[in-house]
Design a protein around this ligand. Sequence first.
Ligand code: PLP
Length: 413
Amino acid sequence: MTLEQAKPLGPIPAGFATSHGELAIAGIAASDLVARAGDTPLFVYSAQAVREQVARLRAAMPERLALHYAMKANPFKPLLRLMAGLVDGFDIASGGELALARAAGIDPARISFAGPGKRDRELEVAIAAGVTLNLESEAEAERALAIAGRLGITPRLAIRVNPEFDLKGSGMKMGGGAKPFGLDAVRVPALARHLVASGADWRGFHIFAGSQALDAEAIVETQAQTLALAVRLAREAGVSLPHCNLGGGFGIPYFPGDRPLDLARIGDALAENFAALPDECADTRFCIELGRYLVGEAGVYLTRIVERKVSHGEIFLITDGGLHHQLAASGNFGTVVRRNYPVAIASRFDAEPEEVANVVGCLCTPLDRLADKGSFPRAEVGDLIAVFCAGAYGASASPSAFLGQGPALEILV
Ligand SMILES: *Cc1c(COP(=O)(O)O)cnc(C)c1O
């Protein structure tokens, strides 16, 4: 197969350098990182890259907008500790994540908890800790009020709204039509009144319409609709709007042709929309909740080639990693058409492409493919492969127990 016949690879995020021919992450050569961690496969997260991403975001968004980290993207403890100093709040989706957040020293008062199937014991621990619950149904509200009553605690309660719109072009639609998430907008005012009347610490609305959008216009439109919906629902209910979580959806480029999000466009539009808010929202605290945008591009997955094989004329670089750590890169996590992530030969990062090869994992399944017919420098057994955009939904969203492989190592540098 000639280089012209290769399939394109996704765009490598900015900020990665070469050190003695190797990929360097946070200034450290890939082989040194592997030596430091002790083995491959390995997730490397760059603290500097996360800091810079947060700073870019803050610079573009109105000052009034608070920033939350959706920790399901990556709950690695050292990363959570880093985030604690960088963001204003944390969004969790399970009691397990609450335990991880607390173990990382995060103040529960900064945490809000969404999730459509919260169990009583999760509600109890969250209420006792002072976490804000984003209630997903009337029944959950009753359970939360009963538990709070039993504990003698005033619960912090918000309502997660299932909006009538969704985030256009988003990778994962989380609003619009029938959904297991949140309460249909028409039923929200009655529940809001009930929560306020029951003496809860009323925390407003959480409205999340989708994930992984790269179209700034789509995010601008969704944020405008979200603000309008929150104002209308609070008015209809006759309640105040102390807090409003506007969701997130900021995407990162994973695939060939993907372009980075135009942050300035989103920030400018949001500033205009904030300025046009009615008087009753003068004290409302607005936030967005982002996972992958904050940490996705800061992570690299390093795996070592254990076999170089030719089959029917195609080259296979077989690695010690795979979809058990990189489900999304293998195309098996919410994608319809498999496209290549950004992948490179880390140990020959500055070398020119010479051949077309498939990078596969070590699992006995044809699904385990990290790069399909990519053009690479010639790589040998022992070389390191880098899969980029591995900072979010890699370690935390892949079936690491599959085939008895176990989790990858992780380090924050
Ligand atoms: C998953 C999720 C997020 C984070 O999504 P990203 O695409 O990682 O930014 C935010 N909010 C809610 C409610 C989610 O379920």
